[in-house]
Ligand binder design. Structure first.
Ligand code: HEM
Length: 235
């Protein structure tokens, strides 16, 4: 009989981690941390790229014959792209299991809000000279502007509650509130479809991407996507 057989199993101290496995686990943690850091920095750079370019062209007086319209277009399109990027994170996690992407949802969402705020500011300040009566007319009398404005109003509470404190305070309500993003993206797409004339391929492209992203979140498709993820990760 060995000496260990007399010791109750609960009192046995089996080392769960040898120094080597501990070192490997620490390295993996460090790797994950570095990847997340690199992804965060890249998301900030990517999000600020359009704004930096716009500012550069503004200082070089290179915004064309209608600078106000140019600023509207060059804040509106990045806003839409960033909204879509923020919406793309969960489907990408479902498909490939890339959990490191999760923090980018908030980054892209907040930058989308920044661009929409600049977009609105351009409209009310540069285009309508901060004249409230004109602004109200401009919003209420053009359907595409009204829809865009509705998207902005809905985006406000999401931007305000995008911090950890609000998430903790609101609990389950936070998730429900942030489902507004589906209505926002729909309104943003309608805004875009409504304002373009003749050339519809960009709104079509964005609508197609959004449809795919939303489909991946839909339970029957999500189950298949998760099966794909298992296959992808076991390769
Ligand atoms: C989530 C909110 C919004 C998004 C994503 C958005 C997006 C866009 C996009 C993609 C464009 C067209 C850019 C292009 O043709 O390349 C645009 C143009 C425009 N948007 Fe918005 N927008 C939003 C909200 C607003 C708001 C709040 C206003 C004003 C109250 C507004 C007023 C305009 C105007 C006046 C144009 C230019 C139309 C033209 O002259 O062709 N948008 N927006």
């Amino acid at each position: 009989m060995g000496i260990l057989t007399n010791i109750p199993i609960s009192q046995l101290q089996i080392p769960l981690m040898t120094p080597i496995t501990e070192k490997m686990s620490n390295m993996r943690k460090l790797d994950r941390k570095t990847t997340t850091q690199i992804l965060r920095v890249s998301a900030h750079v990517l999000s600020l790229y359009a704004l930096a370019l716009l500012m550069l062209d503004y200082y070089r007086n290179d915004l064309g014959a209608d600078p106000v319209r140019e600023i509207l277009l060059r804040t509106g399109e990045p806003a839409l792209v960033l909204l879509i990027l923020s919406l793309a994170i969960t489907p990408l996690t479902i498909l490939f299991g890339w959990k490191q992407l999760h923090p980018l949802r908030r980054i892209f969402g907040l930058y989308a809000f920044l661009y929409v705020a600049l977009h609105l500011l351009t409209f009310i300040w540069l285009d309508y000279g901060l004249n409230l009566a004109y602004i109200l007319d401009g919003i209420l009398e053009q359907n595409f502007v009204l829809v865009g404005f509705a998207a902005f109003v809905l985006l406000l509470p999401l931007a305000v509650t995008s911090n950890k404190w609000s998430q903790r305070k609101l609990g389950k309500k936070w998730k429900t509130l942030h489902k507004l993003v589906y209505i926002i993206i729909l309104l943003a797409l309608i805004h875009f479809w409504w304002l373009v004339k003749n050339v519809y391929y960009m709104p079509f492209l964005y609508s197609a991407i959004v449809t795919i992203l939303l489909l991946i979140r839909w339970q029957p498709v999500k189950q298949k996507a998760l099966r794909f993820q298992r296959w992808y990760r076991s390769r």
